[in-house]
Design a protein around this ligand. Structure first.
Ligand code: G6P
Ligand code: MG
Length: 217
């Protein structure tokens, strides 16, 4: 049996969620907007443009398109600085064994990320070859919780939504997987990802027995 295994990137495969957070925090601070870790959960999985809208909304700040464009560029430049020296050691614990098991078990694997920086990151950490399909922020028009990114990923792997499994660390991403009718697996805090069908603190908790049950479902 074969299923489509779809991975989010930031906060699931690599520890880049912290860099997105740091970069957004700088923008928020500069605009005098109170922005915490809890607020940051709202941004996870959400596109760059929409993340800025959420931050401005938190501070009830109105801005011109020109200003917004400037801040978006600044945020990304800052983020690119953080990720420039990324290496394989930033792959989160337990991820590689899972990817390896899926490959050995002949299961198709896709990336389903909102990030426009996804490909260079996969290259930096050296795991491009695991992926049979990559769908990222350059390929979609609707941000999570819209299921578009995952539906395209499943389609590229030649699988139905029902035969697809999504690993996500964001509320928006879990919602997207649920809306698509896919199996949603939350990676992270259970109290935050309470809409996920399954939840694990991190990939070290995901054992091959569990993966096998997903394949057999
Ligand atoms: C992911 C992250 C978000 C980020 C988005 C866009 O979904 O979880 O925090 O804002 O991608 O990333 P980008 O690299 O294109 O700014
Ligand atoms: Mg994520």
């Amino acid at each position: 049996k074969q299923k489509a295994f779809i991975f989010d990137l930031d906060g699931v495969i690599v520890d880049t969620a912290k860099y997105h957070y740091l970069a957004w925090q700088k923008i928020a601070n500069r605009l005098g907007i109170y922005f915490t870790h809890e607020h940051n959960e709202l941004l996870k999985g959400v596109s760059r443009v929409q993340s800025l809208e959420i931050i401005l909304g938190l501070g009830k700040v109105e801005a011109s398109q020109e200003d917004k464009d400037t801040w978006l560029v600044e945020k990304n430049e800052d983020y690119l600085n953080y990720i420039t020296n990324m290496e394989a050691d930033e792959i989160l614990d337990g991820v590689l064994p899972v990817l390896e098991w899926l490959k050995e078990s002949n299961q198709p694997i896709a990336l389903g990320s909102a990030s426009k920086n996804a490909r260079p990151i996969l290259e930096k950490v050296g795991i491009m070859d695991y992926f049979d399909a990559i769908v990222d922020g350059n390929d979609v028009t609707n941000a999570k919780p819209d299921p578009e990114v995952f539906l395209i990923a499943a389609q590229k792997l030649g699988k139905t939504a029902q035969d697809s499994i999504v690993f996500e660390d964001s509320v928006a991403g879990i919602q997207a997987a649920n809306i698509a009718g896919m199996v949603s697996i939350g990676i992270g805090d259970k109290s935050v990802l309470n809409e996920a069908q399954f939840n694990f603190k991190n990939f070290t908790e995901i054992h091959t027995q569990f993966l096998q049950t997903l394949v057999n479902k």
